[in-house]
Write a protein of this length. Structure first.
Length: 89
């Protein structure tokens, strides 16, 4: 996923915005990422991905998701129909 690709598709919160927020605010729990423009508070599809990003931040690793924006959007479409999360890689 590129930095300008959206992680939260409901509120259009990009990976870059989340990385900047994490660097600036140093959230201690994953749920604090929702303070970044409401990420994860819409359909909640991105919550497992926000948790993964938070783990990467805590571990001092660069924030990245190994998925294309097209695949990510397709997986979200399935989630919106089934309400079943698949786990981030």
């Amino acid at each position: 996923m590129d930095p300008d690709d959206n992680v939260c598709l409901c509120f259009k919160v990009s990976l870059r915005k989340l990385a900047s927020f994490a660097a600036r605010e140093n959230p201690t729990v994953a749920s604090q990422l929702s303070e970044c423009l409401g990420a994860g508070t819409g359909c909640q599809w991105c919550v497992p991905f926000l948790k993964k990003l938070h783990t990467l931040h805590i571990d001092g690793k660069p924030l990245d998701l190994p998925v294309s924006p097209e695949e990510y959007a397709a997986r979200r479409a399935v989630y919106r129909k089934t309400k079943v999360h698949d786990e981030p890689e």
